[in-house]
Design a protein around this ligand. Sequence first.
Ligand SMILES: [Zn+2]
Length: 322
Amino acid sequence: MNDAKSSTATATTATAKQPLAPVGRFAPSPTGPLHLGSLVAATGSYLDARHGGGRWLLRIEDLDTARNMPGAEATIRATLQSFGFRPDGAVLRQSERLPRYLSAIQILAEAGRVFHCGCSRRDIAAATATAAGGGAGARAGDEPRCVGRCRERRIDPAQAALRASLEGLAPRCVQDRSGREIRFNPEVHTDVVIRRRDGVIAYQLAVIVDDAEQGISDVVRGGDLLPSTAWQLALQQALSLPTPRYLHLPVITEPDGSKLAKSRRSLPLDPATATESLCRALTLLNQPLPPASRQATLEALWDWAIAHWDPAAATARSTVSA
Ligand SMILES: [Zn+2]
């Protein structure tokens, strides 16, 4: 925990001031090869860091070992290399950082926030279904809350997730760099899973511990992660970690607006057509292409794209059809 500063402001505040040189990151899970959606996220974060003369770090989010695919990390790194991405520094692998996450849980426990939750998916689904009208539903953002008053009950730890209560934290509202408001409200965001029932450290916890430790100044990622940000603001506050600036890129969809599926638009990236795929990613990010882009070398294309990076154009739409 290299920085104890944290905003507890209750009013709308901008996130951390942009430092001289940004530090960005790309954080794939090794569950399969990279596809167009991941290329768009990697490209946006890379251009943002490099345009500002900053660093770009690679993090492998491999905590969910049941979903990891053998060899996928090597494939991802080789693909990034062949597409011309050049990560700075050592690769951070979440599976090697368990002690860091456990010490964060310890800090939350010492603050009296941690409790075992025995609610099953079925309990949560049932509570959601009975909460007619949605206002008092079991879900806030993409994180189901504890619905069983588990904090007040004796729960078998072997059958339970660990949650952090967010009670008493200050409400926060930050704007991401495209001006979209992200609100954390402890009356809505009451608690969050920090270690899953199967023992896996939860994404929301790992990501903020890692962002802080890697000194990430600018998180640039897909808009599908926008709902996660409120939880991350809360946990940053609870752990006195800094809040980076956020930029949420458009969600890439199928032409009918549905989630990008395993169609020809979402095949594994082919290094043989790297230039063409990068042009496609730049177009999806609403970035200008150089004249005669099809004939450009990969290096020339990157130089152009870095020089012309326009985050406002990239985030002008919240979804874009592949
Ligand atoms: Zn519960």
